[in-house]
Design a protein around this ligand. Structure first.
Ligand code: NDP
Ligand code: GDR
Length: 361
């Protein structure tokens, strides 16, 4: 079989790092786009780094940005990818209310820039394109569970930008016969999840509290319901979607829904902490060992919230044979163990007189 080349945007993020690992195991040559930052930002892929000076290196990073058209054209021209996975995005829903224009530019127009680059370079028939679409498109839900045919109703600048990206991907498929498809992925997490998304904020926050590094965890809407899967399962599906005869869009989800409050409770169990709740609304408090460790801060509520999401991935299961392999409890155990080990390290440093700062957002 001929060796394939993939280009991953967002390779330094959660999904990008798991996908890079997955493709390297499949003997791909993997190119990734990383942003220039004032300090190193490649921690999630450092373990797959290969010295570019050695022969046959199969992993290579290129500086770039989804807001920079000429840079994207040049990278695609140089790397000649068989598959492009567009995972780069300003991916935080709450932040998109603070930076709506930037989010539209990167998450919406960034997708167009990549599709146009493929077309400008005459690579429509060579290069397959995966777009990281999202369950946030369903927003104010019109049908439960959500499937490929459920109407969209985006509820944030992030989701509206991703709506444009979704449709421009469909349009380029229909207009130019490109192999371009959307994975409509429900929330997926892992120990590599960014620290400000709710699951990681909880596993990290409770682990820190258990080791005396923090006093309280401040949360927003505990009643929000999400369908949480594991990122490893979901990147496998991203690859599968580009291996079909015809490009199609698929929902990827577990089909099971839990509240943020339940996620906290499950994490507490994984960490051996016994949490009890008192009060309601903004006055709800979670107690552990007589201490108020979970409090509500209205700052974390969103101007328009997505209250409830749960996906129906039966099309992916039927057509591609995809089913998630890692359960929510297994994932929480993995995330909690990871963050507990980190917290213990920090606590040890503090005990030995080193200063340790713990940030929360
Ligand atoms: P992350 O936030 O972990 O990663 C986002 C990546 O995009 C990072 O590598 C980031 O770089 C990069 N990036 C951000 N802005 C730019 C830019 N202007 N130019 C180039 N690169 C940029 O997200 P995830 O890995 O969780 O998600 C991957 C994709 O899937 C995203 O598009 C997200 O919106 C989408 N998605 C995610 C879901 C989830 O539950 N995780 C569900 C559905 C969709 P840096 O490291 O420098 O910040
Ligand atoms: P989401 O993920 O918005 O679904 O987007 P996030 O983990 O940020 O929020 C999930 C739900 O938890 C509620 N919540 C809080 N959220 C955060 N971040 N911090 C809090 O303190 C907090 N308290 C309660 C939120 O209001 C929300 O209802 C993620 C991202 O990965 C997107 O890129 C992706 O498209 C979708 O998942 C599917």
């Amino acid at each position: 079989m001929t060796q394939k080349t993939a280009l991953i945007t967002g390779i330094t993020g959660q999904d990008g790092s798991y996908l890079a690992e997955f493709l390297l195991e499949k003997n791909y040559i993997v190119h990734g786009i990383k942003r220039r930052a004032s300090s190193f930002n490649t921690q999630r892929v450092d373990h797959v780094y290969q010295d570019p000076h050695v022969d046959n290196a199969r992993f290579k990073l290129h500086y770039g940005d989804l807001s920079d058209t000429s840079n994207l054209i040049r990278i695609i021209q140089e790397t000649q990818p068989d598959e492009i996975y567009n995972l780069a995005a300003q991916s935080h829903v709450a932040v998109s209310f603070e930076s709506p224009e930037y989010t539209a530019d990167v998450d919406g127009l960034g997708t167009l820039r990549l599709l146009e680059a493929i077309r400008i370079l005459g690579m429509e028939k060579k290069t397959r394109f995966y777009q990281a679409s999202t369950s946030e498109l369903y927003g104010l839900v019109q049908e439960t569970p959500q499937r490929e045919t459920t109407p969209f109703y985006p509820r944030s600048p992030y989701a509206v930008a991703k709506l444009y990206a979704y449709w421009i991907t469909v349009n380029y498929r229909e207009a130019y016969g490109m192999y371009a498809c959307n994975g409509i992925l429900f929330n997926h997490e892992s120990p590599r999840r960014g620290e400000t998304f709710v699951t990681r904020k909880i596993t990290r926050g409770l682990a820190n509290i258990s080791q005396g590094l923090e006093q309280s965890l401040y949360m927003g809407n505990l009643d929000a319901l999400r369908d949480w899967g594991h990122a490893k399962d979901y990147v496998r599906m991203q690859w599968m979607m580009l291996q079909q005869e015809q490009a199609e869009d698929f929902v990827i989800a577990t089909g099971v829904q839990y509240s943020v409050r339940q996620f906290i409770e499950k994490t507490a169990v994984a960490l051996g902490m016994d949490i009890s709740w008192q009060g309601s609304g903004l006055d709800e408090v979670g107690y552990w060992n007589g201490n108020a460790i979970i409090r509500i801060d209205p700052r974390y509520f969103r101007p328009t919230e997505v209250e409830s999401l749960v996906g129906d991935a039966s099309r992916a299961e039927g057509k591609l044979g995809w089913v998630p392999e890692i359960s929510l409890d297994e994932m929480i155990a993995e995330m909690a163990a990871h963050d507990l080990a980190e917290a213990k390290k920090q606590a040890l440093l503090r005990t030995n007189g080193y200063s340790v700062s713990v940030t929360q957002e």
